[in-house]
Design a protein around this ligand. Sequence first.
Ligand code: 5IU
Length: 266
Amino acid sequence: QRTKLTYESRANLAKSAVAKRLFNLMASKQTNLCLAADLTKADDILDIADKCGPHICLLKTHVDFVEDFSEGFITNLKSLAKRHNFLLMEDRKFADIGNTVSLQYGKGIYKISSWADLVTAHTLPGRSVLQGLKAALGPGDASKERGVFLLAEMSASGNLIDDKYKENSNKIATEGADVDFVAGVVCQSSKTFAFPGLLQLTPGVKIDESVDKLGQQYQTPEHVIQERGADIGVVGRGILQASNVEQAAQTYRDRLWAAYKDRVAK
Ligand code: 5IU
């Protein structure tokens, strides 16, 4: 069972080079916390990345709502990622035909493929979404430094994903020529996939609230790690809206990590 294995042992099973890197980073830095830096000002994102950087393995962005996006912002974000040793994930949720996702990934204002170690994608278009994203990286080894998390489930109440869709998403993540490009799966349950070389990323984590006003559903850090099979817990507003963000990040980090240590010890 994959949830019983340590991150360092799973690093050796990963087919994606970025997944391998992330498993090892998590094990050595002792954190399985991803911060969802959902803020609209570049300086606010940089500030929170600097404050929370020591506690996270991954910083998740939505660059399309950053009001003052610039190349300088990306340069600074990359240097913070290097200084504090975390990876960058753009939660773009690509969902179009291969040619279009290729352009959305590599071109435009954001040039996501030039800086994001990881991106998210819907499996709705089928395997061609992976082929399209890979195409943006060009020939050669570029895809070794980049990876995709495929969405197999969502935390929104009333979402349309059913068991068949989950099963087929799992197949795209684990079978075929592009599996070396898949770092993990975004989902809500340990039953969604079995392969231990993939990471389970689970959003919807908050200590003290079970829903928001727009359909988000939350679970505690212990619940997502021990009952839902998450390898990485994603926390946004639980940290962003705290009076002391650094301390909140530390608390989420400690609780997520303790839950993982407990999980592999049992
Ligand atoms: N996110 C979810 N649920 C999902 C997927 C992504 O919440 O099923 I896929 C994103 C949206 C947001 C972050 O960027 O994770 C969660 O933020 P809060 O912790 O503030 O709810």
